[in-house]
Design a binder for this molecule. Structure first.
Ligand SMILES: Cc1cc2nc3c(=O)[nH]c(=O)nc-3n(C[C@H](O)[C@H](O)[C@H](O)COP(=O)(O)OP(=O)(O)OC[C@H]3O[C@@H](n4cnc5c(N)ncnc54)[C@H](O)[C@@H]3O)c2cc1C
Length: 500
């Protein structure tokens, strides 16, 4: 197919969530410039989230005179980047999967880099005056049911065998003291993690990209992409570029070659009203973010203005790579997350929920991102598959895509994750229908485990198919793109990822 016509996001609900409301209010009246002409560029980046904006900044760092254009369908940060839990995490929890994908040495190098990326993010915000409310309070990865106990051991031992000690074991008693909640039965602490106000980070990246010379054009969705000429058409204009980068997250599932590489999943979030006093009384004052070890993971953190932001992964599943505005907000999912919040964070029990929203997660077959090039004469590169862990890793994505876009042969373009699609999910409608069945089994299983109840054998067997069992990857179907190894079958990302 020469001309690509991707699904584009539409924001009928206008539900950006709490973070973006705060970020836009701080900016005053941000101007939106649409593409209304036919222009030429050296690099055209489609998607104005973390990935696209870091790519623009990196490209201009490497080649300050390059003509860089960013096309964003809505406003920068309106996708997952402005909606997420704001937990900046490393790839240490995925070390074993990383090594399976890219090998021993490269896996360890990338895990080290992912930890460094959090420090780089901190340094960037300080240097550029981006007030993303970054706080390095670390991350607690815990068990909130007996079934989850020890979920971190594989990752911790894998790191320890290689001379790294990113995780420190934490007892139930200490967890209770640090979080004010008796819900945690055990866990580990990773000190390098941070929290950010993600929309303020996305909008800050937009500002820096513009200051460095990028043309950032918003409300300018790519409607068509000609793979031969490198021409990107928008409703009122077009960009013809020497190099194109697709940084459209879960919307990449609309590209034919990538349809089976990414499953769009929803992740849903609520934010309480300010409750600084209750948080302080509960003892949760160290700024730690938390995830438990469910597949439909709960992830939560405190905010600068004294709220708790609390999310759960894996509520909705995209069909045929499309999800419209269904992931922006769902009243039913928000109500059940509110019940989960009360169970896991007693301090929030009598505090009203002030906002609820959701967003799209781009689940890859092994839960790690991948980068590659599409077929066609024009150099069109893509990066996706963060699987719920993209706040810090998108900085690495920007380096990889910046080098790929400029045709550089370096440690970034040659990194292990830049080998194209790592694995494929089954085709539709099998994927969607099977996914719904598996997701329901996971939901049932985890609800019963949360209550300490037994789970029947059939439910266990079906739930065990998630995420990669059911979604068995067919290797070798497209030899030019098939990559090393089966999917790891590891749990999903520590945030925003439901796996089923
Ligand atoms: C609810 C939720 C919670 C999460 N929590 C965390 C967390 O706590 N920590 C963490 O590390 N990760 C988290 N994630 C994942 C993280 O947000 C993402 O991995 C990261 O933001 C991905 O950035 P991106 O730029 O690739 O995608 P996005 O921010 O989604 O950007 C893609 C952009 O492309 C635009 N676009 C799509 N199609 C087109 C088109 N045709 N033309 C032009 N533009 C287009 C979209 O409008 C969008 O702005 C979460 C995700 C969600 C949804």
């Amino acid at each position: 197919m020469t001309v690509l016509r991707p699904a584009i996001p539409h924001r009928a609900t206008g539900q950006y969530g709490l973070w973006m409301g705060q970020a836009l209010a701080a900016e005053g009246d941000p101007s939106v410039v649409e593409l209304r002409e036919e222009i030429a560029a050296d690099v055209c980046i489609v998607g104005g989230g973390f990935t696209g904006l870091w790519t623009a900044i990196r490209t201009l760092e490497l080649e300050p005179s390059a003509r860089v254009v960013v096309l964003e369908a809505d406003i920068c940060g309106s996708g997952a980047s402005g909606r997420n839990g704001g937990m900046a995490l490393s790839w240490w929890p995925k070390l074993e999967t990383l090594i399976e994908r890219v090998g021993e040495e490269e896996g360890l190098r990338l895990a080290d880099l992912s930890e460094q990326a959090i420090g780089d993010l901190e340094a960037f915000c300080a240097a550029e005056g981006v007030d993303a409310e970054l706080r390095r309070g670390g991350w607690l990865w815990t068990a909130t049911s007996r079934a989850q106990l020890g979920a971190w051991e594989g990752a911790a031992e894998a790191a320890e065998r290689r001379g790294r000690r990113p995780f420190e074991r934490v007892s139930a008693q200490e967890l209770r003291e640090r979080t004010g909640s008796p819900a945690h039965l055990g866990g580990v602490f990773e000190a390098s993690a941070a929290t950010v106000q993600p929309a303020r980070l996305a909008r800050g990246l937009r500002r820096v990209a513009i200051e460095r010379g990028a043309r950032v054009l918003e409300r300018s969705p790519m409607l068509e992409l000609d793979r031969e000429s490198g021409r990107v058409r928008t409703p009122h204009g077009a960009v013809t570029a020497g190099s194109i980068v697709l940084a459209t997250n879960a919307w990449l599932a609309g590209v034919p070659e990538l349809r089976r590489a990414v499953v769009p999943l929803s992740s849903d979030v609520i934010a309480t009203a300010p409750m600084a006093e209750q948080i302080s009384r509960s003892g949760w004052t160290g700024g730690e973010s938390l995830s438990n070890s469910r597949l439909m993971v709960h992830y939560y953190r405190t905010t600068d203005d004294g709220r708790i932001v609390f999310g759960r992964g894996g509520g909705g599943l995209g069909v045929l790579g499309r999800f419209g505005d269904r992931f922006d907000y769902a009243r039913r999912r928000a109500a059940s997350i509110e019940r989960d919040l009360a169970l896991l964070v007693p301090a929030a029990r009598d505090v009203p929920v002030a906002a609820a929203w959701g967003g799209a997660v781009d689940r890859s077959s092994d839960g790690l991102p991948f980068f590659g090039r599409l077929r066609g004469r024009a150099p069109i590169h893509y990066g996706a598959g963060f699987s719920g862990n993209g706040v810090a890793p998108s900085l690495i994505a920007g380096r990889v895509l910046g080098s790929l876009a400029l045709g550089r042969d370096d440690e970034w373009s040659g990194c292990g994750l830049a080998g194209g699609i790592p694995g494929r999910f089954p085709p539709e409608p099998v994927r969607f229908l099977g996914g719904v069945v598996v997701r329901e089994a996971v939901r049932r299983k985890e609800l019963r485990e949360d209550r300490g109840a037994s789970v029947d054998g059939m439910t266990l067997r079906i739930a065990a198919l998630a995420p990669s069992g059911f979604f068995k990857v067919s290797k070798g179907e497209h030899p030019e793109e098939a990559r090393q190894g089966e999917p790891a079958g590891s749990p999903g990302g520590p945030v925003g990822d439901g796996g089923a």
